[in-house]
Design a protein around this ligand. Structure first.
Ligand SMILES: Cc1cc2nc3c(=O)[nH]c(=O)nc-3n(C[C@H](O)[C@H](O)[C@H](O)COP(=O)(O)O)c2cc1C
Length: 325
């Protein structure tokens, strides 16, 4: 692959900005070797859940909820902590691209020490998928934001490898939270994680899970916030995620300020071949536009030049609807 696609995300040097998001796509060393061969810049391993870590290390027995305990122990993804560390070790042995471990967490609790084992196993970085929905009426409004900052700070104090925070988009001040997470030590952020999608079955009259894959329409928020965060916090290293389905989408994200993208749905739907095709098209587009590096493409179209991005967004909104009868 040509050097033109090299980039740096969260301190990691990458041969391509196309990273494979945490999922079943990366759950064996063989799959990760194949992803590298297809041209991926890095792989993010499936998440291990903080509950799995706590139950298996005896930090939390969840005796108050035996059903949850059983589910985490027996049904979840069946992943034992040793299996996870082996996945890191074996993937590192078979791949030259960075192997990034992932933890899904929501409390600043007994699981945290496990990050040291992840580092010792050889992971190049840790991605924290911090889950939080504030649904309690008497909980202070910044509870989830505080958890993001506390977890980031604590993990960062325990390891020397880069720490990446995969963020939710359900916050009223994404720019401020990103800045707080950066100050807590995050080396990069992923904008955004995608929550479980609820749906309703109107025939069975019950709650259901929605479609597991994203749609391309979901890229709008990804672009908006990549651009806003990129403009306001130029030192923050961003990987865009959610709704990115083709090579044009990757260029849009980089133009908005991303250093890389994390893909999942489109690779499930089209196979590893799409990675190679995306790299090729990215390179052709860059050469046609006479860009020499990803760094040059970055931020060509973010909100940098605009004094008041919220006013700009408001005017765009007015234009958008006033032209329709
Ligand atoms: C089958 C499947 C499994 C996933 N597992 C994880 C996971 O273990 N940890 C995580 O942080 N995200 C997980 N995700 C979310 C993806 O990493 C990604 O953030 C999300 O799908 C949005 O990207 P996309 O629009 O390219 O699909 C999963 C997604 C899918 C479709």
């Amino acid at each position: 692959m040509e050097k033109i696609l090299t980039t740096n995300f969260a301190g990691l040097d990458l041969i391509s900005p196309v990273l494979i998001g945490s999922s079943g796509l990366t759950n064996t060393p063989e799959k990760n070797t194949a992803l590298e061969k297809a041209g991926a810049g890095a792989v993010i391993l499936p998440s291990i859940f903080e509950e799995q870590i706590e139950i298996q290390t005896g930090k939390n027995t969840w005796t108050d909820s035996p059903k949850a305990h059983d589910y985490v122990l027996n049904s979840l993804n069946g992943m034992q902590l040793d299996d996870y560390l082996q996945l890191i070790k074996k993937s590192k042995k078979s791949c030259r691209i960075p192997v990034i471990a992932s933890i899904n967490c929501y409390r600043n609790n007994g699981w945290i020490d496990f990050v040291r084992k992840i580092e010792t196993a050889g992971a190049d970085a840790i991605e924290l998928n911090i889950f939080g929905l504030n649904t309690e009426i008497d909980r202070p409004e910044n509870t989830v934001e505080n958890i993001y900052v506390c977890i980031t700070r604590q993990v960062k104090s325990l390891v020397n490898i880069p720490v990446i925070v995969k963020m939710s988009k359900y916050f009223s001040h994404i720019v401020k939270l990103t800045d707080d997470v950066r100050k807590a030590g995050a080396d990069g952020v992923v904008l955004f994680s995608r929550f479980y999608q609820p749906d309703i079955d109107i025939h069975l009259m019950q709650a259901n899970s929605g479609y597991v894959f994203s749609s391309n329409a979901e890229i709008a928020d990804t672009l908006r916030w990549t651009s806003l965060v990129g403009a306001k916090l130029p030192d923050v290293s961003i990987a865009s995620c959610t709704g990115i389905h083709d090579w044009e989408d990757i260029i849009k994200c980089i133009l908005c300020g991303a250093s890389a993208v994390e893909l999942c749905s489109t690779v499930y739907q089209h196979g590893n071949e799409i990675i190679q095709a995306m790299n090729r098209s990215l390179e052709e587009w860059m050469l046609a536009k006479e860009f020499k590096s990803i760094e040059e493409v970055k931020k060509q179209l973010n909100f940098d030049e605009i004094q008041d991005p919220s006013l700009h967004e408001r005017i765009q909104f007015m234009k958008y609807f006033s032209n329709r009868d």
